[in-house]
Design a protein around this ligand. Structure first.
Ligand code: ATP
Ligand code: MG
Ligand code: MG
Ligand code: MG
Length: 483
């Protein structure tokens, strides 16, 4: 009797509601008024001002599911996506917060209660980590968290973690503090028995995955790098929804859950191929196909939800991030699934229906979103084939490193984002000259700045009723011969 993804999301929210949390909606995935952040990358982003003490939260406790995107800046998981089974571009982060209210004791007790009692994850599959301290930064070990965990879990399952993993920072500046993470061992019983005695965290085995991070916000990092203590202490937690669903549905991959089965099925239908979840890097062509399925099922979510939140693909800033993701997906279906017409836009209705109750903004703008995506796919498909031929030429005369000017030609004439060229190069064991590419790019920018001084921006206005209106593409778009 397996819980559906939808039921699992509700169980999380209901649990924290029963602990007097106010349930709030997800903030948009696109961040408009923060120079330090292009996209929401964690549940806490929308509460930043509460943590900094600039504003007071109307509720001392809140919980939600937040649309997040990790493809740029401090958190960039793009290269993992589709290759592993648990990093996505866009994902839902389930979270509960205390704004100067409860602290470590309750946070730890409730995460334990939810996972082991309410959702019944076996105790012997769980590990937790706590911050070991950092002498250089004068940060102490998190003894408080350790002592709280000791009440619930055997001490040999409480592992020490370093600053990189167990000290959370939103960006270069801002609220931060030690964190404690919960990892789940999803290996089959048989396999676990074989390695009994060894303590695993996810660095050791891809089937042992981090699912939940409980951050205890006690500090604010200033521009000069130093830390100041915050006047009130807060709890900020984030649990990967798709990973939780995978654990509770007993799968070995996020893509085998009902979060992704709808879009994967649709890609199967359109391409006439079958998704082989068991393919490994050694299985040759099957592997490339499997990655392509996962990339497309993943990327369409990032693309659709960002457009629905008002960010159109464009040639600069956040818009270019979306364009890069979209072109990466197109290259995968074109090359690995042998599909040479627009595909992604046909997945939009599946997503719109799947998320109609939790993120209705997509259903409300379904046709608009599909139209934007289709136009992007059309534009890129027009030059993709020629670009792929050109890159073969380039590869044939390249020994080790693709030059900056070759990479720039692919960008400028064929619409290949730098990281797409890098991906293709790495598939062939080649590297690419990023410094040279950036220099070419700088020159191009100077030329186009001289040609046109206007920058009209790339926002759309989303009306109340959900219909959308173009304000206009970024004027820099015209510089690219792809469009
Ligand atoms: P990981 O070590 O797996 O990259 P993280 O430590 O970077 O995760 P956090 O910043 O602690 O992640 O975010 C809180 C939770 O969000 C994680 O415990 C994980 O469950 C989930 N999460 C983080 N990144 C992703 C992603 N790219 N795709 C899906 N879930 C994610
Ligand atoms: Mg990460
Ligand atoms: Mg981690
Ligand atoms: Mg983490």
């Amino acid at each position: 009797n397996q819980l559906s993804a939808k039921a699992i999301r509700n169980r999380f929210l209901e649990f924290f509601q029963s602990k007097q949390h106010h349930i709030v909606p997800s903030a948009p995935i696109v961040v408009k008024n923060d120079p330090t952040l292009m996209f929401t990358n964690a549940g806490m982003n929308q509460f930043k001002d509460y943590f900094l003490g600039n504003q007071k939260s109307p509720w001392p406790r809140v919980a939600d599911t937040q649309k997040c995107l990790r493809v740029s800046g401090k958190h960039n998981d793009l290269e993992e996506v589709g290759v592993d089974t648990y990093h996505h571009t866009m994902f839902e982060m389930l979270g509960n917060w205390s704004f100067g209210d409860y602290f470590k004791k309750e946070a730890i007790e409730w995460s334990w209660e939810l996972l082991t009692k309410e959702l019944q994850i076996p105790i012997d599959r769980l590990y937790v980590t706590i911050f070991e301290g950092d002498k250089k930064e004068n940060l102490p070990k998190d003894e408080e968290a350790y002592n709280e965990w000791k009440k619930w879990i055997a001490e040999d399952r409480i592992l020490l973690g370093n600053k990189k993993d167990n000290f959370w920072e939103m960006g270069d500046t801002g609220p931060c503090g030690p964190c404690t993470e919960i990892h789940v061992d999803t290996r089959p019983d048989q396999e676990r028995a074989l390695v009994d005695g060894k303590t695993f965290v996810n660095a050791d085995n891809p089937q042992v995955i981090e699912i939940w991070n409980n951050v205890f916000i006690q500090f604010n990092r200033l521009k000069n790098g130093s830390l100041e203590s915050l006047p009130a202490k807060h709890v900020d937690t984030g649990m990967g929804f798709e990973r939780l669903v995978r654990v509770l549905q007993g799968k070995t991959s996020n893509y085998d859950t009902d979060v992704f089965s709808g879009t994967i099925q649709k890609v199967e239908e359109l391409t006439g191929r079958k998704y082989n979840a068991a393919a490994t890097p050694d299985s040759g062509q099957n592997w490339g196909e499997a990655v392509a399925f996962r990339v497309n099922a993943d990327h369409i979510r990032a693309i659709s939800f960002t457009i629905a939140d008002g960010q159109l693909p464009s040639n600069t800033g956040a818009g270019y991030v979306i364009r890069r993701i979209l072109r990466r997906a197109v290259r995968y279906y074109y090359t690995n699934l042998n599909y040479n017409q627009p595909l992604l836009y046909q997945l939009v209705p599946v997503l719109a229906d799947q998320f109609a109750d939790v993120f209705p903004e997509l259903k409300q703008q379904e046709q608009f979103v599909a139209k934007v995506i289709r136009e992007e796919e059309d534009a890129f498909l027009r030059t993709l084939e020629k670009g792929l031929k050109r890159i073969e030429d380039i590869i044939s005369h390249t020994k080790q490193t693709i030059s900056g000017s070759d990479a720039f030609e692919l960008y400028d004439t064929y619409g290949f984002p730098f990281d797409l060229t890098r991906l293709i190069a790495s598939e062939r064991g080649l590297t690419i000259d990023e410094v040279g590419f950036n220099a070419e790019m700088q020159q191009q920018k100077q030329r186009s700045r001289a040609a046109s001084a206007v920058d009209t921006g790339d926002w759309i206005i989303v009306n109340e009723g959900g219909s959308s209106e173009f304000v206009g593409y970024d004027s820099l778009d015209t510089k690219s011969s792809v469009l």
